[in-house]
Design a protein around this ligand. Sequence first.
Ligand code: GDP
Ligand code: MG
Length: 179
Amino acid sequence: MAKSPEMKLAVFGRAGVGKSALVVRFLTRRFIWEYDPTLESTYRHQATIDDEVVTMEILDTAGQLLKVEDTQQKESHMRWGDGFVIVYDITDRGSFDEVAPLRGLLEEVKKPKNVPLVLVGNKADLDHARQVGTEEGERLAAEMACAFYECSACADEGGMVAEAFHELCRELRRRKVVQ
Ligand code: GDP
Ligand code: MG
């Protein structure tokens, strides 16, 4: 069998948006209620996407964008990654407002390449507490020329979480970032 490509994927977003919950959901199909918010982890995962085996390294980041030392660490994670999942929480307007600055930093770190990414609005199960409309997410994704998914790490009936990660792998393949 052909050697499977290895893709480095990093997950970014404000603390508490559910990055760890999404990664764990993707890897185990389970939901964990509490995950150490300061913990940063890397996972290896293999999946077959459109009949091709893909090996992913997934970095679940932690920290606050606005702290200087965290920004330096973010930049080094951005240099490491091939593709990115930017997550906000549909019940937290502030987390949505952090998406554009994060993308800006990504573009800065990765220039002159334009960066493969997907945008995820998490906690879609909390529709009663929604602060960010679906169409706002769609509009922002269109501006960033990336795919958009509303997901719930805790109620992922449609398998949207895996779909978001798989779509990022497809995007990397299409762009031949990773062969
Ligand atoms: P992180 O800081 O971005 O890694 O966020 P965590 O994965 O630690 O999640 C923060 C909090 O949000 C935890 O209490 C999770 O249980 C909760 N959470 C994460 N994803 C969801 C979701 O899809 N729906 C709901 N209702 N809660 C979630
Ligand atoms: Mg976390």
